[in-house]
Design a protein around this ligand. Structure first.
Ligand code: SF4
Length: 463
């Protein structure tokens, strides 16, 4: 598939504002306190009229050491007892939650994220999978999409085979940068050999998709150094690559204060890193999916992009239609019909709720019609890069130009800059706009532009 990405540094600089990543709309800062009873009623109401398979997300927050760039909700500890205790509570939460969803609901998408899921030892991972398989009907066949984020520093070939035996068939591997100086400056020492070992083992074990995560904009990164990392990564030939922009927010994430601001690449150098990354990956045959994501042309994400079935969810881009997402573990966010629900973000609080026999939900949001409408528009622009205005008018019984007059006004300068083409019956993201999906989507975000938001959330920068 020919790539038509256009890199225009001045344009990217101009639109490098802060904004949500739209893994959900409304974005998580808009969530409000949600009572457990409200959550129970939501699940009951939703599952009364659907028996569609569920997606399940399991959060394992533990890490052995801290990476200085980290902005995740994690627990850094060498005390494995804490993970064992966590697992006990997780299994209890699973029993509480699954009972709401009916008798052994079918699950064909499962994702373990963190933190570091491979912080758990093989025996605990087996126990967790057994508990999941007891409470839920895990899809045994090829149709299953069971993925796990792994840290090659806590995983070897034997563990990969164990994970395959548990049913996992997709891996996501954190790399960030192979350069020793960058690894030193970010406190994440991970050799090429360690990473190669797990990738080779995953291929032998029959994993269907392997994703590598990289980050650009890290301390001491230069084009020369990052070019070497890119060549190594291209040589490893993962099916997917996520290349994230490092967001330096030391006021919000204390651990980032370990990074010396003077070691960070300048804004111009960071843009040059991005340009080089896009150039090398597309030259190497990767398709740009959107917002940080690349995939080989035969990977399911690239196929979904071509077929117009690409979706966006809490893991980034995904295939298939949106379905109910049961989220387990501290801080995990689920989606039940037209509502989002997030568990307590603090392990103690989360565990205390479960021990009292309560679903540990803390906050969430029941989407109103306007949220659903805007969420659909943002999804269409970020995934398919095209909005069918007439279809939206019909299904939501609105007159688009009147309903979205301020939004269309906001799009005018973006249209003048050639990022979008706005016509009476379509809005299309141009090749110039493909790297700026976030600012385009932001035009339709009611919470960013109205007094609906009582506090000003701090989002990461677009680039
Ligand atoms: S980046 Fe990942 S492995 Fe590193 S501290 Fe954060 S959650 Fe843990």
């Amino acid at each position: 598939m020919a790539e038509a990405l256009q890199f225009d540094a001045a344009l990217l600089d101009k639109y490098d504002t802060r904004g949500p990543r739209y893994t959900s709309y409304p974005a998580a800062p808009q969530f409000r306190p949600m009572a457990e009873e409200e959550y129970r009623l939501l699940v009951r109401a939703q599952r009364e009229h659907t028996s569609d398979p569920l997606s399940v997300y399991v959060h394992v927050p533990f890490c052995r050491t801290v990476c200085y760039y980290c902005g995740c909700n994690k627990v850094v500890t060498a005390n494995y007892r804490r993970a064992e205790d966590y697992l006990e509570v997780l299994v209890q939460e699973l029993a509480l939650q699954s009972s709401l969803f009916g008798l052994r609901p079918q699950v064909d998408q499962l994702h373990f994220g963190g933190g570091t899921p491979t912080y758990l030892k093989d025996a605990e991972l087996s126990r967790l999978m057994r508990a999941l398989d007891t409470a839920l009907a895990l899809e045994p066949g090829e149709a299953r999409e069971f993925s796990i984020e792994i840290d090659p520093r806590t995983t070897d070939a034997a563990r990969i085979h164990h994970l395959a035996g548990l049913g996992f068939n997709r891996l996501s591997i954190g790399v960030q940068d192979f350069d020793p100086a960058v690894q030193q400056a970010t406190n994440r020492i991970q050799s090429i050999d360690q990473t190669t070992e797990v990738i080779d083992a995953a291929r032998q074990a029959g994993f269907r998709s392997i994703n590598l995560d990289l980050i650009y904009g890290l301390p001491l990164q230069t084009r020369e150094r990052f070019a070497q990392t890119l060549e190594t990564v291209i040589g490893l030939r993962p099916d997917r690559l996520a290349v994230y922009s490092y967001a330096h927010l030391p006021d919000r994430f204390k651990v980032q204060r370990q990074i010396r601001a003077e070691d960070l690449p300048s804004a111009a150098e960071k843009l040059a890193l991005l340009a080089m990354t896009i150039e090398r990956l597309t030259e190497a045959g990767y398709v740009y999916i959107g917002m940080d994501h690349f995939a080989l042309p035969d990977d399911e994400l690239a196929v979904a992009l071509r077929e117009g079935t690409l979706q966006r969810n809490f893991q980034g881009y995904a295939t298939g239609a949106g379905r109910d997402l049961l989220a387990l573990g501290v801080s995990a966010i689920g989606r039940i019909g037209p509502a989002f629900a997030q568990n307590h973000r603090d392990v103690g609080h989360w565990a205390a709720e479960v021990s009292l026999g309560r679903i540990p939900v803390a906050q969430g949001l029941v989407l109103d019609d306007e949220d659903l409408l805007r969420g659909e528009i943002i999804q269409a622009l970020m995934c398919g890069r095209r909005l069918d205005v007439r279809d939206i008018e019909q299904r939501y019984a609105i007159e688009f130009a009147r309903h979205f007059a301020p939004e269309l006004e906001r799009l005018l300068p973006l249209a003048d800059d050639g990022l979008v083409a706005v016509a009476s019956d379509t809005i299309e993201v141009s090749d110039r706009g493909r790297l700026l999906l976030r600012p385009i989507a932001m035009a339709f975000d009611a919470y960013l532009h109205a007094a609906r938001s009582p506090t000003e959330p701090r989002y990461s920068r677009v680039i």
